[in-house]
Design a protein around this ligand. Structure first.
Ligand code: HEM
Length: 515
């Protein structure tokens, strides 16, 4: 018996030793050998950048730079070195195209529109990848929805999703937008009547945009949709407000609690959305409503005959993408505009006058909104100075040769939209000033390169929801400007920050007065 126990313990010791050796080998290869091979290859391909340390890559410097960055009080719109201090300082040493590392994942930084143009003439939309490291990390938020999917699956999904956003379908959603905005206006009026003209505009606009996207996605102010939006916001906090180590091998082990929390929230959101979708499929009114879900289900039926459909899983992921992507970005484009208009009362007055001339002062006729030209310039300028989506991402799925450089297959790409939108070489000396008239005669705002202005991304993967945003933007601004005048509250603290999207960290308090 004693002999048996002794033999068993020896086997266990030997097994543990082999296991440790195996783990050590995995760590050595993933933390050292593979990243070093990739680093050498990138250098050989002509791509330099800050030296990474393994296994964190350049994460340490990035975190340190964020803590020490200060927004310039003279030039409040010169935000690049504030929101991306590390990119701003690396640009000075390595130029507008270089490689940096998130853990053991190489990222090609691009702030040169000509480099981007050359790459995108070589790679078609369906051939681009989305960084696997982000796809994996953000799975609870976007799943395999249109934002993340690649190849033939992307073509199939885009083919079904894009028609839902055509102008005729969007027109049918305008009334829902007007109704939600009017409810916000009533709240503001009540608060002002009670003697409190200080409105937390960011919070209000985010809530209203949430209402609008719940209605445009699911047709009604469904509490289930509202609950899903609240959970998506909690998920965003969990994923982007923590000290996580994306790209670092086994990085999730540093934040097990947050990872599990994100998974749980993702699952709860999926269940909520699935219940809405299944109920709609069984509903007798499924074909008579004018919301995005109804349009997706209709397109699904038509395309089903060609064997191209969205599965229930994909429908859930699409709805999740609309709820989060469509809500947050649109709300921020309006919020940043309110900041800019509060700082430039002359533009408030110009827009008010345009509204009076084009749409009048009676009940809003949304078919007239396309005549609001100056409002479009203001929107474009706000999206330039404060792009809600501050970067665009891709991953190379083949070697891409641009002049003397080769971007190897598998390299992730981070296209720095904030940098390009503020670059004086592209926009001139006044690149950090609010000058909507630069868009008067040019949809690119006079940018010296047609790929230097990318608020909605580029190529075949450009944002599918932009027309919905334009309509929402014009409705909310028209109704607000027709009722109120506003200026910045003295308590406003200008500190934009990145939480996936570009947000005002401490909200936007405005002092609002009825006209
Ligand atoms: C101001 C508002 C918005 C901004 C700034 C914005 C920005 C973007 C950007 C930068 C991309 C990535 C494009 C690329 O990779 O080249 C994108 C993609 C996308 N957006 Fe938007 N977006 C906005 C509104 C919306 C709305 C309202 C919806 C839907 C309700 C939406 C749904 C999507 C979807 C589904 C994609 C993926 C498209 C694809 O990969 O084929 N977005 N958006």
């Amino acid at each position: 018996m004693e002999f048996l126990l002794l033999s068993l313990s020896r086997v266990l010791v030997a097994f543990s030793a082999v296991l440790c050796l195996f783990l050590l080998l995995i760590l050595t290869f993933s933390w050292w050998v593979f990243p070093n091979q990739a680093l050498k290859k990138l250098k050989k391909c002509g791509l330099g950048g800050p030296t990474p340390s393994f296994p964190l890559g350049n994460i340490k410097e990035m975190k340190k730079d964020i803590q020490s960055s200060v927004v310039s009080s003279n030039l409040p719109h010169d935000i690049h070195s504030y929101v991306f201090p590390y990119f701003s300082s690396w640009q000075k040493s390595y130029g507008k195209v270089f490689v940096y590392w998130l853990g053991t994942e190489p990222f090609l930084y691009v702030a040169d529109p000509e480099f981007l143009r050359k790459m995108s003439t070589l790679v078609m939309a369906k051939e681009w990848g989305k960084p696997s490291v982000f796809r994996n990390d953000r799975d609870p938020m976007f799943g395999s929805g249109l934002v993340m999917v690649e190849g033939n699956d992307w073509i199939r999904q885009r083919h079904i999703v894009a028609p839902a956003f055509n102008p005729i379908n969007l027109k049918a959603m305008a009334n829902m937008m007007v109704e939600s905005t009017n409810q916000m206006i009533d709240r503001w009026a009540t608060q002002i009547n009670l003697g409190n003209p200080k409105i937390d505009a960011e919070k209000e606009i985010i809530a209203t945009a949430g209402d609008i996207i719940a209605r445009t996605s699911f047709g009604m102010k469904d509490n289930t949709a509202r609950e899903a939006i609240d959970k998506l916001q909690a998920l965003q906090m969990t994923l982007f407000k923590t000290n996580r180590y994306v790209g670092v091998p086994f990085g999730k082990l540093f934040e097990v609690k947050k990872t599990l929390e994100a998974k749980k929230l993702g699952k709860e959101i999926d269940e909520l959305l699935l219940s809405i979708i299944e109920a709609r499929k069984d509903s007798s009114t499924k074909n008579s409503q004018h919301d995005l879900l109804c349009l997706l289900l209709q397109n699904n039926e038509i395309d089903g005959q060609l064997g191209k459909t969205l599965t229930s899983r994909e429908l859930v992921d699409e709805c999740k993408t609309f709820l989060f992507g469509g809500h947050e970005t649109s709300a921020l484009s309006i919020t940043w505009t309110l900041l800019l208009l509060a700082m430039h009362e002359d533009w408030q007055n110009q827009l008010r006058e345009e509204i009076r001339q084009v749409v009048g002062t009676e009940k809003l006729d949304t078919t007239l909104l396309s005549g609001l030209k100056k409002m479009k310039w203001v929107m474009n300028e706000a999206l330039r100075l404060y792009p809600p989506a501050p970067n665009v991402q891709r991953q190379a799925r083949e070697d891409i040769k641009v002049d003397d450089k080769t971007v190897p297959n598998g390299t992730n790409m981070w296209i720095d939209v904030v940098a390009m939108h503020h670059d004086p070489e592209l926009w001139g000396k006044d690149s950090n000033e609010f000058r909507p008239e630069r868009f008067m005669d040019d949809v690119n705002g006079g940018c010296k390169h047609k790929m230097g202005y990318l608020p909605f991304g580029f190529g075949g993967r450009r944002c599918v929801g932009r027309n919905l945003t334009f309509m929402e933007y014009k409705i909310v601004l028209t109704l607000l400007l027709s009722r109120f005048t506003f200026k910045l509250s003295p308590g406003y603290d200008h500190s934009p920050s990145i939480m996936l999207s570009l947000r005002p960290t401490h909200g936007l308090p405005l002092i609002v007065h009825p006209l």
